[in-house]
Design a protein around this ligand. Structure first.
Ligand SMILES: *Cc1c(COP(=O)(O)O)cnc(C)c1O
Length: 455
């Protein structure tokens, strides 16, 4: 990082499962067979992440339940794994609910979040005994009406709180609305099971989460006085992933400049995802439980335990840490002044970060066709196979360790959480990249199959 022409790098943290897949030689075969870009899914990592969170809850002595936030990846395999593990799924549409049920998740293991929900979604949720995070008073009324008319079972609800630390959020209910909502829950009597309160904060700071969680526990205690069940709170998602090590990340932030990007593109560093977090995933959860909420002399874990309140989590991204990668083939290589532009066979729609005034920064891995390709430092940016000037998979001039050539593969690491498919569309009539599930990476020949996503 010291010479003037050194380009900043951001190596992904080593992942043995991804390395095993690369070493197996499977990827060039898949690229040939599928004839375009594809995603590789590593669901064992998902299992490990679920276990890690459960262990953090157990170690904190806290009763808890993990719901996988399905919006982070459309693949069926993660819903299948959630079902197999007895974990829940957080859904926000009838489509997501259908997918989760179809892949074996039980109705009572679903939580339905999202703003004012479609009446059909509310019907399905009540019918299947899903927990509904109610976002507004009119939605609460709709749920009560459905429960009264359906007479199948009481509707299970959480009341979503507008966080005072994010007063401009469009989600959740104000203080006044919450008072009314609690009263209506009391009036609804048997039609409703008011199970507690919920929030979801943007950002990754622990203290505001602990503070708000403790306040929701207080709300549960007050609601119980009125005869409501109020035994659970949901703290939403927002546990970070560390994609790279601390040193690489801080060096990157300190040294990157416009000349490091194709066309002198600039990004505000504040718009980058924090690609390194000192505490990520289950460690962040453990730290959250050990955080002392404001105005309490104890930890959040103690607050929850003392009140007998169960902690619900809805992690998306963090359950998908290391659970997948995205593979493109280099279709062409252009020489520019001091760097190259690689054009790959897909688009930045498969790397959603590119659509948020930002860049997906972990270095893609070059998998050369010719293992004897000359070694050195070969900076290159990565463009899409589309006619849009702005459609770049990577604006940054990545210092590749070999000269990239047509036919080489590029593997973008750790893309399962939000990168793969939130934005994908068949732009230019390009087919959507298929998802290849690697069921076992410890096998000398990885076993693979196509994902069973239905739509
Ligand atoms: C998006 C979302 C999540 C998941 O957030 P992550 O940052 O992926 O963990 C959980 N709950 C709600 C209500 C959400 O909107």
């Amino acid at each position: 990082m010291t010479t003037t022409d050194a380009r900043p790098t951001l190596p992904a943290l080593p992942d043995p499962a991804t390395q095993a897949v690369v070493a197996s030689g499977l990827l060039p075969e898949l690229s040939y067979a599928l004839g375009g870009p594809f995603h590789v899914l590593l669901p064992d990592a998902f299992d490990a992440n679920v276990h890690g969170m459960r262990e953090a809850l157990a170690a904190g002595g806290v009763d808890g339940f993990v719901y996988y936030a399905k919006k982070a990846n459309k693949a069926a395999v993660f819903a299948e794994r959630a079902a197999a593990l007895g974990a829940g799924v957080d859904v926000a549409s009838a489509g997501e609910l259908r997918e989760a049920l179809a892949h074996g998740v039980r109705g009572e293991h679903l939580v339905v979040t999202g703003p004012v929900k479609d009446p059909r979604l509310l019907h399905l949720a009540v019918q299947h005994g899903a927990l509904i995070a109610v976002d507004a008073l009119d939605e609460l009324d709709a749920v009560i009406t459905i429960a009264l008319n359906g007479r199948v079972r009481p509707a299970r609800v959480l009341l979503r709180v507008l966080p005072s630390v994010q007063p401009l959020s469009r989600f959740g209910m104000t203080e006044q609305e919450l008072i009314t909502a609690v009263d209506r829950c009391v009036q609804a009597d048997d039609a409703l099971l008011m199970e507690g309160f919920s929030f979801h904060l943007s950002g990754y700071a622990l203290q505001p989460r602990a503070d708000l969680a403790a306040r929701l526990v207080g709300r549960c205690l007050s609601a119980r006085v009125k005869g409501l069940e109020a035994g659970r709170i949901s703290i939403g998602g927002g546990l970070p992933i560390s994609y790279t090590d601390a040193d690489s990340w801080h060096t990157f932030l300190a040294t990157q400049r416009p000349a490091d990007y194709h066309a002198g593109k600039t990004f505000r560093t504040g718009d980058f995802y924090p690609y390194h977090s000192p505490l990520a995933g289950a460690d962040a959860l453990a730290a959250l439980l050990a955080t002392r909420p404001e105005n309490t002399g104890t930890t959040l874990a103690d607050v929850l335990r003392d009140a007998g309140v169960e902690l619900l989590l809805e992690p998306g991204r963090s359950l998908l840490d290391r659970a997948g990668a995205t593979v493109f083939t280099v279709q062409g290589v252009k020489d520019r002044d001091g760097y190259q532009i690689l054009t790959v066979d897909g688009t930045s729609l498969s790397l959603s970060e590119q659509w948020f005034n930002s860049e997906y920064l972990p270095d893609p891995l070059l998998i050369p066709q010719d293992p004897d390709a000359p070694a050195g430092t070969f900076p290159a940016s990565v463009g899409a196979a589309t006619c849009l000037e702005s459609d770049m998979l990577t604006w940054r001039k990545i210092p590749f360790p070999r000269r990239p050539r047509t036919g080489d593969l590029l593997l973008y690491p750790n893309t399962a959480g939000y990168q793969m498919d939130s934005n994908e569309s068949p732009f230019h009539d390009l087919p959507l990249p298929p998802k290849v599930v690697i069921d076992r990476t410890d096998h000398p020949r990885p076993r693979w199959r196509l994902d069973r996503h239905f739509t």
